[in-house]
Ligand binder design. Structure first.
Ligand SMILES: Nc1ncnc2c1ncn2[C@@H]1O[C@H](COP(=O)(O)OP(=O)(O)O)[C@@H](O)[C@H]1O
Ligand SMILES: [Mg+2]
Length: 238
């Protein structure tokens, strides 16, 4: 995973992804032949009705789940055709995840939560702490380092989750409805911070959202429908 990209090569691309879930009574086909590209330095939006498979798609792109058909390439490498243990390392080093429900550990402070992926990666604790403090400061949480999630607002909690997703300096952040549990003010703050990270650090994001307002503010938007991914014009986002 040390390869550098040519200017036109996507950071990540997926071809022909298919995914079904087998429940006791029926087979649910979620993705039929989903293909997409994510380019370095962009903020890509993904929209689609509830249940259309947005989370499923994002999990596959980040190597949290496997498709039944199709492939995902990151920097030209097929992430599903690698040795055992590759995916854990891939996720930890190259991908940052932000979820709708934040998923912070309640008994640990903001700083400890943000440090977590760095410690899992066995990086030097002092360096990880410095990076986590820098990110939390950048995200306006300098005075909240030692607060636990229960002592933070929803918006602050999500910003800690954003700091955590960035602590290993991943090339790509995958965010699954990151503003879904935030009020409009906190949602806007979150998106402003994502934009700032994008502009100042060239951070690449894929953001799943059901907010038309947020989707319209993104560089490029894809719509997931009937198991397929297609570009959608901003005027068509409802
Ligand atoms: N583990 C699972 N087992 C069975 N069905 C699932 C599972 N995960 C998701 N589904 C179904 O797959 C479809 C897509 O789910 P999801 O990817 O979560 O959609 P979205 O994020 O767009 O709301 C839904 O119909 C959902 O009920
Ligand atoms: Mg979802």
């Amino acid at each position: 995973m040390s390869k550098s990209l040519t200017e036109t090569e996507p950071l990540l691309y997926a071809v022909g992804l298919s995914k079904s879930y087998n429940t006791k009574t029926k087979e649910v086909r979620v993705l039929t032949e989903a293909s997409l590209e994510v380019h370095s330095g962009e903020i890509l939006g993904i929209v689609g009705a509830s249940g259309s498979g947005k989370s499923t798609l994002l999990h596959i792109l980040g190597g949290l789940d496997r498709p039944q058909g199709g492939n995902v390439f990151f920097k030209g490498e097929n992430i599903f055709h690698q040795k055992n243990g590759f995916l854990e390392q891939f996720r930890n080093r190259h991908i940052g995840f932000v979820f709708q429900t934040f998923n912070l550990l309640p008994d640990f402070t903001a700083l400890e939560n943000a440090m977590f992926p760095g410690l899992i990666a066995n990086r030097d604790k002092i360096l990880v702490q410095e990076k986590a403090e820098e990110l939390l400061g950048l995200l306006g949480l300098k005075d909240r380092l030692h607060h636990k999630p229960g002592e933070l607002s929803g918006g602050e909690t999500q910003r800690v989750a954003l700091a955590r997703s960035l602590v290993n300096q991943p090339e790509l952040v995958l965010a699954d409805e990151p503003t879904g549990n935030l009020d409009s003010r906190a949602s806007q703050d979150f998106m402003d911070l994502a934009r700032k990270l994008n502009e100042e650090m060239n951070q690449t994001f894929v953001i799943v959202t059901h907010s038309a307002k947020i989707a319209r503010s993104l560089d490029r938007v894809l719509q997931l429908a009937d198991g397929l991914v297609n570009p959608i014009g901003k005027d068509l986002i409802l």
